[in-house]
Structure formats: structure tokens, C-alpha cells
Ligand binder design. Structure first.
Ligand SMILES: Nc1ncnc2c1ncn2[C@@H]1O[C@H](COP(=O)(O)OP(=O)(O)OP(=O)(O)O)[C@@H](O)[C@H]1O
Length: 317
């Protein structure tokens, strides 16, 4: 069983260069004041006690913490002071994007950001006690269409809210969709997200988890030197739902390890993956609307919220 799980989740990120090859580590000058939380008094390091480590990410660690006065539980993302300049800059970008999205109910709520005396940057967020959809897939197996329709609706509501605020997430994947014990599904990890200055400003940078990137993101020059970050999120959503249904990353067979050249060629030059025969016509049509090779042909989040797959009475799935 353990072997199967290990194989089901190949590392879908391209490996980082050895640390010696990365840019030298130097602290980034911080903005004069850390962003304040949406309301109430700012939370500081002294207010919080660590309860557990929730996970490690690129340049940081996420802790489960308790507020000493209110006993409220939060998730605290710490970006270490010795992280490279890009990672630290992204931490501030992540907190300001989360702050901008505080009124999006399907986005993990932002509660504050502060700098510790050590230079570590801390982001205080709503604690999601049910783990990620990636964990759910590993522990409980593939999702039924009924559950996927509910998950798709929640993610789409989150994306529609973000896109309406000119925010492209750019790293939608099962590991970045969190759940809680109330059954709520929320989008998390805005470490590579981008705030567009204009609604149709295009993205150029090559960030996010490689395997979930849309074809145009591998070759933005082919589409005029940039890509539409909102349409790229929809592609990633299509792959995410596909993976939750079949139990493995769509372009790979079960247990297959990614050969990056083959995978990128399949994404860029092959046909979009097709769901198995067991999938309903509505689900198939929904995923096809997300996985259009041409980004301009992909449905938007607002359009997909009207698709029969997510609008249908849940009892009839
Ligand atoms: N609000 C939260 N509630 C509960 N768990 C969380 C929360 N935010 C993050 N986590 C968990 O912490 C771990 C790392 O989180 P996250 O992916 O945000 O860090 P990261 O440094 O951005 O990682 P990555 O390098 O993958 O982008 C993940 O396992 C995630 O499930």
C-alpha cells in the first residue's frame, strides 16, 4: 500500500538547482510596516504558541498555532530569514494578495503578517483542519462525481472571486486546495500568485508546479510573449479534477514517474487527456471546457459556474 501511494504521487515539480547554484542569500529590505490584518488588533509573535508543524514548503514551514488570549487556532506560515530574496519577496506578495482576497469565502482567510526579530516573515491564516485534497486522495481514494461537482463549485467560486479582483493563483493543484471539518473547500498557497494591474494584463514568468501548467505557459513566446493567468488557472483546475477522479496525474499512467521532456511534449503538443468511459457526459464536457489547448477557448470561472456539471441537483449525480 505504501509503495502504491508513493508511486501515485510522483514529485511533479522540476527539481531546484543545488543551493550552491542558487543566488547568494541576503536579507531583503522589509517594507516599513507589515500589512495589518483586515480588522481588529494586529497579531504578533508573542500572541501565539506553536502546537504542531503542518508542513514544509519552498523556503518556509507552516505551523498550527494557538492564540494565547483568544484560544483561536491559526495556521502560521514562516518564511525563514535565510530564505533567498525571491522567496522573501514572494512572502510579502502572498500576504498582500491574501489580504486583498479576505472577502472571498472560498479562499483561506488572512489574519495578519508580521516580521519576527530574527527576520523571519510570518503570515497568519485561517487553519484548515481537514488537510488538502491531495491528502484526501491518498488516504480515502478517488472522488465520486457528486463530490467532485461540489469541490469544483467551491474552487470555481474561489477562482471567480480572485479573478474578479485581478488575482491569478498560478498554482492550482490538489495539494493547494484545503478542506476543513465543516466540509468547506478553500484555495490556499498564494506563493506564486500574481496581482494583475489590469484585468487582461498577461503573465510572463515561469512559476508554479510544472506538471499543472497549461500549454501556453511553457511557451509564452508562441502566444505573443505572454499568457492569460486566469485561463491558466482553469487548465490547472481541469487537471486537478481529472486527477481526483482517476487517482493519478492525467498525463501519466498509474505509478509512472514523470519524464519531464515527454510530459512537457504531451502537454504542449499532444491532445488534452480524456476522461475514462466511466465518466458522465456532463463531467466529460466540464473537463473538456477547462482543458482546451487554446487558452482563449477555455471557459472562464464565471462561465463554468453555469455548467450543468456544477449546477445539477447534487442528488441526481
Ligand atoms: N491554512 C492552512 N491550514 C492548514 N494547513 C495548511 C495551511 N496552509 C498550508 N498548510 C499546509 O502546510 C504545508 C505547506 O504549505 P504551503 O504549500 O502553503 O507552503 P509553501 O511554502 O508555499 O509550499 P510550496 O513550496 O509547495 O509552495 C502543506 O502541507 C499545507 O497543506
Amino acid at each position: 500500500m505504501a509503495l502504491v501511494r508513493h508511486r501515485r504521487q510522483p514529485n511533479l515539480r522540476l527539481p531546484l538547482p543545488e543551493s550552491s547554484e542558487r543566488r547568494p542569500r541576503f536579507p531583503l529590505p522589509l517594507p516599513p510596516t507589515a500589512p495589518k490584518p483586515a480588522g481588529g488588533d494586529a497579531i504578533t509573535a508573542a500572541d501565539l504558541e506553536n502546537l504542531a508543524v503542518l508542513g514544509h514548503g519552498n523556503g518556509g514551514t507552516v505551523y498550527k498555532v494557538r492564540h494565547k488570549t483568544t484560544s483561536a487556532t491559526y495556521a502560521l506560515k514562516i518564511i525563514h530569514s535565510n530564505a533567498d530574496a525571491t522567496t522573501r519577496r514572494r512572502a510579502f506578495a502572498e500576504s498582500s494578495i491574501l489580504r486583498r482576497a479576505t472577502d472571498c469565502p472560498r479562499v483561506v482567510r488572512f489574519h495578519g503578517c508580521f516580521e519576527k526579530p530574527s527576520g523571519d516573515v510570518a503570515i497568519v491564516m485561517e487553519y484548515m483542519d481537514g488537510g488538502s485534497l491531495e491528502t484526501a486522495l491518498t488516504t480515502s481514494g478517488t472522488f465520486s462525481e457528486k463530490r467532485l461537482a461540489a469541490v469544483a463549485r467551491d474552487i470555481l467560486e474561489g477562482l471567480a472571486c480572485l479573478h474578479a479582483r485581478n488575482i491569478a493563483h498560478r498554482d492550482i493543484k490538489p495539494a493547494n486546495i484545503l478542506v476543513n471539518s465543516q466540509g468547506e473547500v478553500k484555495i490556499a498557497d498564494f506563493g506564486v500568485s500574481k496581482l494583475m494591474c489590469r484585468a487582461l494584463e498577461a503573465c510572463k514568468s515561469y512559476v508554479g508546479t510544472c506538471a499543472y501548467m497549461s500549454p501556453e505557459r511553457f511557451d509564452p513566446e508562441a502566444s505573443g510573449g505572454n499568457y492569460n493567468g486566469f485561463a491558466a488557472d482553469i487548465w490547472s483546475l481541469g487537471l486537478t479534477l481529472f486527477e481526483l477522479y482517476v487517482g493519478h496525474f492525467p498525463f501519466l499512467e498509474t505509478g509512472q514517474r514523470p519524464d519531464w521532456a515527454t510530459l512537457i511534449c504531451a502537454i504542449c503538443y499532444g491532445d488534452p487527456p480524456s476522461l475514462p468511459e466511466t465518466a458522465s457526459a456532463e463531467f466529460r464536457s466540464f473537463v473538456e471546457s477547462c482543458l482546451k489547448k487554446e487558452s482563449g477557448d477555455r471557459w472562464t470561472a464565471a462561465q463554468l459556474l453555469t455548467h450543468p456539471f456544477v449546477c445539477k441537483d447534487p442528488e441526481t449525480h
